[in-house]
Design a protein around this ligand. Sequence first.
Ligand code: 4AD
Ligand code: MG
Length: 446
Amino acid sequence: MSHPATTPPAPTPPVITIQQASRYDGRTVVIQGWLHNLRRSGKIAFPIVRDGTGFLQCVAVKAQVGEETFERIKHLTHETSLRLTGKLRADERAPGGFEMDVEDVQVIQAVSPDDPFPITPKEHGVDFLLDHRHLWLRSRLQHAVLRVRHSVIRAVRDFFDNDGFTLVDTPILTPAACEGTTTLFEVPYFDEGSAYLAQSGQLYNEATAMAMGKVYCFGPTFRAEKSKTRRHLTEFWMVEPEMPFVDLNDIMDLAERFVESVVARVLDERKEELKTLERDVSKLESVRRPFPRISYDDAVKTLQRKGSEIQWGGDFGNADETLLGEDYDRPILVHRFPTEIKAFYMQPDPTRPEVALGVDMIAPEGYGELIGGGQRIHDYDLLVERLNEHKLPREAFEWFLDLRKYGSVPHGGFGMGVERCVAWICGIEHVRETIAFPRMIYRMKP
Ligand code: 4AD
Ligand code: MG
């Protein structure tokens, strides 16, 4: 009888992500990640590892792993990359519902104790954190926010894709301004002179809507406005639907249905993250249609009653938006703003030309304007008149005027800034934490 020359290798445990833990209860697996935290007490150590999909609490017992491995675990430094082998065990008290009994650890790159990970559990100033944004992203809260952002973006796409809209991406380098040149980033463009980074895809959407029917664009948007508020970035992501054959009411209906569905999707998909963020989800659960619809006229009266200085004809400041939103448990739709303060393309109300058929959606809890949009001018002569009033160069808008010459129809849409939406859903103070690498007037690094 012959014997094999060597014994067959022991089966190697599967490499899994922390998110997959529930499928491996009671089994020995390998997790690849980074050391998030380590508590020690005598002959037992509790490393917490994270791998991008979640955080896993582990237990290493000296008597079980042996002296040498235990020493290695005991001296692990924060953010050291490693591969942990161990058995998963369901535990209700553990954050993700599972714990690992460590059997072995393999260090991939050890963080030097002489140059430790700069972000520690103690308090850091926000400037320090923003300077270290590339590392700050590893923290629990930042991770949770970015996961919510991903769900918001997916919900946005699914909503429009399932509602008969066609995605048509609009250019980022554009020859002209959509809403005035003072807030544009100018870039040199070969022999053509200057190009401007797009601040909205709307004008192009108006063209594609006449070709495709309901359309949306979704991409980065740039604003050079000098707004240093917690709601403004110089680069943000905006989704903009545009529809032919609609009026202001249809646009408000869509905005309401859209926001309701995005919030519901995040509530469904991101319970863990919202818990990590300590978000009061009851505030999100009340985001149900219909949203209150308030005319600008009434909004001004309400604001004056609440002590705002605003006069009819003025635009809302951040404080006004907060005051307006605070009486409601869901977003509100403010419509029919003074034509004077709105963009050149806004359709005036035929019964009251001093107001335009525009709408802003204002979020509750002080998050301000979430959506801006409305009905566009579809009449050729009126649009020419407005271009002149706004001193916009006719030649640059010939193509835009063509849309009013060849089968013009009432149409409109809106834009929603993703970062405002994520900040509101997460309940975080500032939009800068809702995007991986925020761009603000006073910060471009890292
Ligand atoms: O109200 P805005 O300027 O509307 C437009 O650009 C229209 N052309 C959209 C359209 O009708 N297709 O911007 C729309 C939304 C705002 O409600 C806000 O959510 C977000 O974009 N937004 C910003 N987000 C972050 N930082 C900024 N600087 C923003 N400016 C606008
Ligand atoms: Mg606006």
